[in-house]
Design a protein around this ligand. Structure first.
Ligand code: 6PG
Length: 264
C-alpha cells in the first residue's frame, strides 16, 4: 500500500495567478536551500504549463528574479523527450527560450538530459550527472530540494505514462521509457527519486485536467492507470498549485484558497 500523504492544494482563479504562485514557490525553495546547505537543486518538468512560471522568474520587474540565488542554483529536468535540444518538442528548448537565455545561471549548473542520444545512454549519463552533482556513489539517494511536476490528462507525470515499464523501476534514478501511446521514447526520473524530494509540487491548470485530477486524488488507487498516484513524497507532504478549472471537482477550499486532503 502507498505511503500516506497530506495533500495541500492552493487554487487560484486563473492560470496567470497559478504561475505566480509557482514562481513564488520556486524562488522561496531555491533561497531556503541555498541558505540551508549552500546549494539549491531543483528538478523541473516540461510540457506547456511551466512556461509562464519560467517567464515570470526571468522577468526582472517581478519579485522573483532578485530572490533566486542563481549562483547557487543547479537546474535538473524531471524528464525529456528523445529529441535534439533544438527540437520544438524539447523541454530544454522551451526552458531555454523562456528562462535560461534570460538569467545568469551558469551553464555548468544547467544539467540537460541529452535527448539527442540513444535513450538508454542518455538515462545512464544522467544518472552519473546526478550522482556527481550530489556527491554520491552509486548507492546514493539524491534528495532534490524541489521537484516541480505536471500532470497529463491521462494521469501521467514526468514521463511515467500509464502501463509503461518505468512505473516498475524502483532502483535506478533515471530510465529510458518507451511510451507506446506516443510511439516515442522518453528519459525520466523514476518515481522513488521524485518522492525523495524535500518538496514536491504539481502545477496543474485547465478544464482538461479536472476529471483526471479528481480521479488521481479521490478515485481508486490504480497507479498503473494513473501514475501520478505513485507520487507520495517521503516527507509525507504533497503540494498542488491549481487553477479553478483544474480544481473544479475537488472539495472546496477555505476562503484563503487552500484545501487539504489526507490520502491513506
Ligand atoms: C513533458 C512533461 C510532462 C508534463 C505533462 C503535463 O515532458 O511533457 O514533463 O510530464 O508535465 O505532460 O503537460 P502540460 O503542462 O503541457 O499539460
Amino acid at each position: 500500500m502507498p505511503r500516506p500523504v497530506s495533500v495541500t492544494y492552493r487554487v487560484w482563479p486563473i492560470a496567470a495567478e497559478v504561475a505566480a504562485g509557482a514562481a513564488e514557490l520556486f524562488a522561496s525553495a531555491a533561497a531556503a536551500a541555498a541558505e540551508a546547505h549552500g546549494v539549491a537543486r531543483i528538478a523541473i518538468s516540461g510540457g506547456s504549463t511551466p512556461k509562464v512560471m519560467f517567464t515570470l522568474l526571468a522577468d526582472r520587474s517581478q519579485p522573483y528574479f532578485a530572490r533566486v540565488p542563481w549562483d547557487k542554483l543547479h537546474l535538473f529536468w524531471v524528464d525529456e523527450r528523445c529529441v535534439p535540444p533544438t527540437d520544438a518538442e524539447s523541454n530544454y528548448r522551451m526552458t531555454n527560450e523562456a528562462l535560461l537565455s534570460k538569467v545568469p545561471l551558469p551553464a555548468a549548473q544547467i544539467h540537460r538530459m541529452k535527448g539527442e542520444l540513444d535513450p538508454a545512454v542518455a538515462a545512464s549519463q544522467y544518472e552519473a550527472v546526478i550522482l556527481e552533482e550530489f556527491g554520491l556513489d552509486r548507492s546514493g539517494d539524491p534528495v532534490f530540494d524541489l521537484v516541480l511536476l505536471g500532470m497529463g490528462d491521462d494521469g501521467h507525470t514526468a514521463s511515467l505514462f500509464p502501463h509503461t515499464a518505468a512505473l516498475y523501476e524502483m532502483v535506478r534514478l533515471v530510465v529510458a521509457n518507451h511510451v507506446l501511446q506516443k510511439e516515442t521514447w522518453r528519459v525520466t526520473l523514476t518515481w522513488p527519486v521524485i518522492n525523495r524530494g524535500r518538496e514536491v509540487a504539481f502545477l496543474i491548470e485547465g478544464a482538461a485536467k479536472t476529471d483526471v485530477l479528481h480521479d488521481v486524488l479521490l478515485g481508486a488507487y490504480d497507479p498503473e492507470a494513473k501514475p501520478s498516484q505513485l507520487i507520495r513524497p517521503a516527507s509525507g507532504k504533497l503540494t498542488m498549485l491549481l487553477d479553478s478549472a483544474a480544481a473544479a471537482k475537488l472539495p472546496a477550499t477555505g476562503t484563503d484558497g487552500v484545501g487539504t486532503l489526507e490520502l491513506s
